[in-house]
Design a protein around this ligand. Structure first.
Ligand code: HEC
Length: 256
C-alpha cells in the first residue's frame, strides 16, 4: 500500500479504509469486524459461549466491593457496562494513551487495592466481561487537538509500518499487503478489524489472549523482541490501530 507520508491521522484512516474498500469492493467496512478465525458453532452444549467461565468470573470480580466500600462501577460511566468503546483514549492531562486495562488498574489503585499484572487471570476476566457488554459498540477514537496526541498516533503508525526483527518485516506487510494470504498454516487477518476482536478465547489452549499479548506474538514471528504489556509503545500502537478502525463495531471476545 502506498501511503502519503504527510497525511494527517484522519487522512491516513481514510486512505487505509479506502484501500480495503478498493481491494474488495464487495465487502462492507463493517464486515471486517466479523469473526475471523472461528468458523464453527460458537455455543457449547450448555448454551453458553466457550469462554463463559471467564466472563462469569469477570462479572463476579467486577461486582465485588473494595475494602473501602467502593467498587469498579464507581470508576466508569454507566456502571462500567457497554463503555469499552470509550477506550483507548488520549489523556491530555498525563499526555498518555489510556486503555481499558490501565483504567481497571487505575480504579483498583485509587481505591487502595493492588494493581493486577496484565496477564493475570483476574484482569483478563474483568476485561473480557466489560468487552462483552460492549459488543457492537462503534469504534470512535477521538483525536484531541493536542500535538502530543498526534505524536502518540504517529509513533503507533511508525511501529506498524517499520520493518523489524530477523525477518525484517513490518506489521503492515502482513496485515495490509499479504492480508487473507497464508503465513505458514494461518490466514492473515487484514488491518481493518484487527484490534476489534480482542481479547479472544483460544479453544485449543483454553486461554484468553489479549490484544497486547497478540502484538507480542506477532512480533515474535519476525523474531523481534516483545514489549512489556501495556507499555507506552504498545498503548500507542493500540491507539493507532483503533483510530484507523473508527466507525467499525467492536466484536470481542472472539473465538479461535
Ligand atoms: C509474518 C506475518 C505477520 C506479521 C509481521 C505480523 N502479524 Fe499479526 N498476525 C499474523 C497472523 C498469521 C495472524 C493470525 C494468527 C492468530 O491470530 O493467531 C495474526 C494475527 C494478529 C492479530 C489478531 C487478530 C484477530 O482478530 O485475531 C493482531 C491484533 C495482530 N496480528 C497484530 C499485529 C501487529 C500489531 C503486528 C506488528 C507488530 C503484527 N501483527 C505483525 C501475521 C503477522
Amino acid at each position: 500500500m502506498t501511503l502519503n507520508a504527510v497525511a494527517s491521522p484522519k487522512e491516513h484512516q481514510q486512505q487505509l479504509q479506502n484501500y480495503f474498500l478498493k481491494k474488495s469492493p464487495a465487502l462492507s467496512l463493517n464486515s471486517y469486524a466479523e469473526e475471523y478465525h472461528h468458523r464453527g458453532n460458537t455455543i457449547t452444549a450448555s448454551g453458553l459461549p466457550p469462554y463463559s467461565q471467564y466472563t462469569q468470573q469477570g462479572k463476579k470480580l467486577f461486582s465485588e466491593t473494595f475494602s473501602n466500600g467502593h467498587g469498579y462501577r464507581y470508576c466508569f460511566r454507566s456502571n462500567g457496562m457497554g463503555i469499552a468503546s470509550d477506550f483507548p483514549y488520549f489523556d491530555v492531562l498525563s499526555g498518555q494513551v489510556k486503555t481499558l486495562a490501565t483504567e481497571i488498574n487505575a480504579c483498583r489503585e485509587e481505591n487502595g487495592e493492588p494493581a493486577y499484572a496484565y496477564d493475570q487471570a483476574e484482569m483478563k476476566s474483568i476485561h473480557l466481561y466489560m468487552m462483552e457488554s460492549s459488543r457492537r459498540n462503534i469504534t470512535n477514537v477521538i483525536m484531541p487537538n493536542d500535538p502530543a496526541a498526534e505524536e502518540a498516533f504517529n509513533k503507533g503508525q511508525q511501529l506498524f509500518f517499520s520493518r523489524r526483527g530477523q525477518l525484517d518485516m513490518a506489521c503492515a506487510h502482513c496485515h495490509i499487503d499479504f492480508s487473507n494470504q497464508r503465513y505458514s498454516e494461518q490466514l492473515i487477518p487484514p488491518a481493518l478489524g484487527l484490534p476489534l476482536r480482542m481479547p479472544r478465547y483460544d479453544k485449543a489452549s483454553d486461554t484468553v489472549t489479549t490484544l497486547h499479548e497478540r502484538f507480542n506474538e506477532c512480533l515474535s514471528y519476525t523474531r523481534a523482541k516483545p514489549f512489556p504489556l501495556q507499555s507506552e509503545v504498545l498503548r500507542n500502537l493500540e491507539f493507532y490501530l483503533f483510530y484507523v478502525n473508527n466507525t467499525l463495531p467492536l466484536n470481542a471476545p472472539s473465538i479461535k
